[in-house]
Design a protein around this ligand. Structure first.
Ligand code: NAD
Ligand code: LMR
Length: 331
């Protein structure tokens, strides 16, 4: 089907003039997420002080003459930003600096997601899917989900695909294979340094990764530490939070949700727990997830040894504590 024959998807990016936004919108407009035959209308939401820079981003988007970009909405108004939106990337928020943990951002960023959740409920399309990138993303997704009365909780996701991609890259380098050979690396829990990147169920070329890298001490040591603290390492090296890799992971997440995960494979998504694996109901918790046509399912029946159980308990406790911190925002 020709691009012009499909109805455009309305895709909202908040914080579109920021670092991640700048890396994200061009890839969305060039068809990297929804395919080369799917036109989009980009809704770009900023705060008033970001509007001037946003105009520059829009000029550049226009100058790319992307055939799939069928329109742009530039706004600092939530209702206009989310009007008729099918897909929403909630990026706009403050990134941490060198001396902060992601959780330190809760008080600064949490309130943003109340207004956005309400506007999504009021104005977005009935099939809306939302990914929260702004940190602390699990708890911000929880806030947006609570604020979006009437929208099914399964529509709200937090991004842990960047952690999954980082983990795949580390495993590929260690095994001397390509990242595409590494599959089924589930990230469990919070997008924070308590996360558990599950190497036990990971595969390399369809075989257990632990058979090809028989070094449990590496997985439980350097591997885990590198993946869990990669965001901080990038901030220290770049003087700014990861941006292009975060945008790429957000595209991977939404593309997997729309197009599905290959048979027998899974990806990682922060989704609303229904109590699976003993995680309290209602937390936005990253699980291994299989997706198909916009729907998703937590992969059940994976067995965990003592090390994994202890890591999953710790990341769960952190998310419970973050939920307590924002209790006043969970109306
Ligand atoms: P940035 O400061 O470069 O850009 C943020 C943009 O958001 C700015 O243009 C700002 O004007 C805008 N903004 C702020 N408040 C807004 C609001 N209420 N509505 C709309 N726009 C708003 O930051 P960045 O590097 O793009 O990072 C954005 C967020 O993403 C941070 O919270 C960062 O920690 C997070 N992040 C998450 C992941 C992840 O894996 N989940 C990875 C990297 C970064
Ligand atoms: C990342 O993982 O790169 C982001 O969450 C940014 C950060 O603060 O670590």
């Amino acid at each position: 089907m020709k691009a012009s024959q499909k109805a455009p998807l309305h895709v909202c990016v908040t914080g579109a003039a920021g670092n991640i936004g700048y890396a994200l919108v061009f890839r969305l407009a060039s068809g990297d997420c929804y395919g080369k035959d799917q036109p989009i209308v980009l809704h770009m939401l900023e705060i008033p002080t970001g509007m001037k820079a946003l105009e520059g981003v829009a000029m550049e988007l226009s100058d790319c003459a992307f055939p799939l970009l069928h329109g742009m909405v530039l706004t600092d108004d939530l209702n206009t930003g989310f009007d008729g939106v099918n897909q929403a990337f909630l990026v706009g928020s403050r990134p941490r600096t060198k001396d902060m943990n992601r959780a330190d951002l809760i008080k600064a960023n949490g309130p943003i997601f109340v207004g956005q959740g309400k506007a999504i409920a009021a104005r977005a399309a009935s099939d809306v899917r939302v990914i929260v990138v702004g940190n602390p993303c699990n708890t911000n997704a929880l806030i947006a989900m609570h604020a979006a009365k009437g929208v099914s909780p399964d529509r709200f996701h937090a991004m842990t695909r960047l952690d999954e991609n980082r983990a795949k890259a580390q495993i590929a380098t260690k095994a001397g294979v390509l990242p595409g050979d590494v599959t089924n690396v589930g990230i469990w829990g919070n997008h924070s340094d308590t996360m558990y990147p599950d190497y036990v169920h990971a595969k390399i070329g369809g075989r257990p990764a632990t058979e090809i890298i028989p070094e449990e001490s590496w997985f439980q040591g350097d591997f885990l530490k590198t993946v869990a603290t990669r965001g901080k390492a990038i901030i220290e090296a770049r003087g700014a939070s990861s941006a292009a890799s975060a945008a790429s992971a957000a595209i991977d997440h939404m593309a997997a949700l729309s197009n599905g995960t290959p048979e027998g494979q899974f990806t990682s998504m922060g989704v609303c727990s229904d109590g699976q694996y003993g995680v309290p109901k209602g937390l936005i918790f990253s699980y291994p997830v299989a997706a198909c046509n916009g729907e998703w399912k937590i992969v059940e029946g994976l067995e965990h040894g003592a090390f994994a159980q202890q890591k999953i308990a710790a990341t769960t406790a952190e998310l419970v504590s973050e939920r307590e911190t924002v209790a006043d925002l969970l109306g």
